[in-house]
Design a binder for this molecule. Structure first.
Ligand SMILES: [Zn+2]
Ligand SMILES: [Zn+2]
Length: 317
């Protein structure tokens, strides 16, 4: 399989130079005349048109590629034609499949092949390595961020639900345009910016933009769109999630916990909701309680990366 695309190197988010041709195939990512082997790709992330490639050994790259590396390990690209997300998914799937095969080989060599265990993600089809992890009610897909149960039923579709980049809570994530309209005596000026936000953060943005735009009526319609989009189309069992998260952010962890527990009647031990319960306790500085929630979340989903990261932040080794 091969995906062709056009790209520009990014440094500090500013596109430099002219677009070049790129390809992703079985050997790795080919950028113009330079190649990054899969063995040298630790991870990839995409946002909007941008693709960030985390390189494991930057010194193995061509000198012409090394100059585009930022933060020591990241190669940031602007991808044309709306293909950043498709490239991310494909590269993550290949990395996961290769990592899984390596794991299987090392377990065979150690005489522990019986500990080898994989699952397929019902959303994106990626292979998920669960070797040496005990069984749990849920499984997390690191390629598309979905969570599914032991009957392959999806309880969080990663294309809609995930961790909010702003408040770091689990909720539905959508793209919103922050819109400001200003009237300066004789000239009009408007500005807007795209954000990926959860429903609770979108509601805060709605209030902020409405307050600002109120004297300038033209800005009110986009403000209302933010609010409408944050309310409609939620998973029917998770309708209260934004409200519970907003209460938690205000420190009202008891009210929030009641709502989190109600939602778990439909999805018992939902790892994302348990993560949010822990974050509600962190808000009132109950680190011990928070850690117990994060542990519970990880027990419910042994490979849930957001819970692993939270535990690591509370218990640095
Ligand atoms: Zn997936
Ligand atoms: Zn948020």
């Amino acid at each position: 399989m091969e995906i062709r695309f056009r790209f520009q190197y990014l440094q500090n988010s500013d596109a430099l130079f002219f677009p070049e041709k790129g390809r992703v195939n079985d050997s790795g990512i080919i950028l113009g005349k330079h190649r990054i082997d899969y063995d040298n790709i630790a991870d990839v992330e995409a946002l909007e048109t941008q693709l960030a490639v985390m390189v494991s050994k930057p010194s193995y790259l061509d000198d012409r590629l090394i100059i585009h590396i930022t933060d020591g390990v990241v190669l940031a690209l602007d991808i044309r034609g709306g293909k950043a997300e498709e490239l991310k998914r494909h590269i993550k799937q290949v990395i996961a499949a290769r990592g899984t095969e390596k794991k299987r080989q090392s377990l065979i060599e150690a005489g522990k092949e019986n500990l080898f265990r994989i699952e397929n993600c019902p959303v994106c089809g990626a292979i998920i390595d669960l070797s040496e992890l005990g069984k749990s009610p849920y499984t997390y897909c690191n390629s598309c961020n979905s969570i599914f149960n032991d009957r392959q039923q999806v309880v969080a579709d990663g294309r809609r639900y995930g961790i909010c980049p702003q408040c770091e809570r689990f909720d539905r994530i959508s793209k919103y345009w922050e819109f400001y309209f200003t009237f300066l005596i004789v000239v009009y000026r408007f500005s807007y910016e795209a954000h990926y936000l959860c429903d609770a953060c979108a509601h805060s943005m709605f209030k902020k933009t409405l307050l600002y735009n109120f004297p300038f009526l033209i800005g009110i319609a986009p403000s209302l769109l933010i609010e409408i989009k944050s309310i409609i189309g939620r998973d029917r069992h998770l309708r209260q999630l934004a409200k519970a998260n907003a209460l938690a952010i205000k420190g009202k962890h008891i009210e929030a916990a009641t709502m989190y527990e109600q939602m778990q009647e439909a999805y018992p031990q939902h790892p994302g909701i348990l993560l949010n319960e822990g974050l509600a306790l962190l808000e009132v500085r109950d680190e011990k309680g928070a850690l117990a929630c994060f542990q519970h979340s990880l027990n419910a989903c042994k490979n849930y990366v957001p819970a692993q990261q939270r535990i690591r932040r509370l218990q640095p080794s």
